[in-house]
Design a protein around this ligand. Structure first.
Ligand code: CP
Length: 310
């Protein structure tokens, strides 16, 4: 059987994603049945960019499945500093591990790794391009909280230009019926033209706003994002835009009782900590859902089946 990778959310069909989420639900119900499913298997987490959640969530997923983990949190301690290519690194990691998770600042790096690796490769973020496991986490969170992935209005707020989680999520949600997009950003951080062109071509409705107050009352999901300092070329621009949006208790009064707030995290100032106690604040639950989803993903890519309970 050909190996499978996850480089973009489109690598899985809607039906396969549904199957993945059903498996994540089953894991969530009874984790103990999966505790030894990956015994003897090794995961390599190869992170050339900083991360807290994505690396540790994958490692937690593998440990929960009874497997082992190895890897590096910083490309600066690897032979990449001596000039080793991503292609060669992927070939080498294939000699050590059964599955590889890679984050790299260069767009397309995970695709190159997948091409040269003989083991399944998971893209944990490649530059400003894609972050598919965050997207699957976001979809799984929305599905779990709302009960469905169709017929809703989502507001994406903050850095819509550089935010790879946003680009990935939009690309994934266009495959579900009747999802209405509201983009909320400063003019400098508008969603890229290729995304609005795609929505136009597909006949999918969207709106663009600068003020969160102009849209928040109509949202079923509010997806907040950080203004990403590391993607700016100019410090002055970052300083000018970093506090453009601050979601606080006052603004939450304008939101529906059923509007969930998601955030891929880390947050900086864009959600005041007073919002954390609001039952609609779902961003820490989102982190937990990400572990179950990644457990399901690892099992799927390694083609490991745990018998269902009789
Ligand atoms: N959401 C996310 O990608 O977080 P980390 O950068 O901490 O992995």
């Amino acid at each position: 059987m050909a190996k499978r990778d996850l480089i973009t959310p489109q690598d899985f069909t809607v039906e396969e994603i549904d199957h993945l989420f059903t498996l994540a639900d089953d894991i969530r119900k009874d984790r103990s049945r999966y505790a030894h499913a990956c015994a003897g298997k090794k995961m390599a987490t190869c992170f050339f960019e900083p991360s807290t959640r994505t690396r540790l969530s994958h490692e937690t997923a593998m440990l929960n499945l009874g497997g082992s983990v190895m890897g590096f949190p910083d490309g600066g301690v690897t032979s990449a500093t001596k000039g080793e290519t991503v292609a060669d690194t992927a070939r080498v990691i294939s000699c050590f591990a059964d599955i590889m998770v890679i984050r790299h600042p260069r767009e397309g790096a995970a695709m190159v790794a997948a091409h040269y690796a003989s083991i399944p490769v998971i893209n944990a973020g490649d530059g400003g391009h894609q972050h598919p496991t965050q997207t699957l986490t976001d979809l799984y969170t929305i599905r779990t909280l709302q009960g469905h992935l169709d017929n809703f209005t989502i507001g994406l707020c903050g850095d819509l230009k550089f935010g790879r989680t946003v680009h990935s999520l939009i690309n994934a949600l266009v495959r579900y019926p009747n999802v209405h997009f509201i983009f909320i950003s400063p003019p400098e951080l508008r969603v890229p033209d290729y995304i609005t062109e795609m929505l136009n071509d597909m006949g999918i409705p969207y709106e663009e706003h600068i003020r969160l107050e102009d849209a928040i009352s109509r949202l079923d999901i509010l997806y907040m994002t950080r203004i990403q300092k590391e993607r700016f070329f100019n410090e002055d621009d970052y300083v000018r835009l970093k506090n453009f949006y601050i979601l606080d208790a006052e603004k939450m009064k304008m939101a529906k009782e059923s509007c969930y707030v998601l955030h891929p995290l880390p947050r900086v100032n864009e959600i005041a900590t007073e919002v954390d106690d609001d039952p609609r604040a779902a961003y820490f639950r989102q982190v937990q859902f990400g572990v179950y989803m990644r457990m399901a993903l690892v099992l799927t890519l390694l083609n490991i089946h745990v018998p269902t309970e009789q």
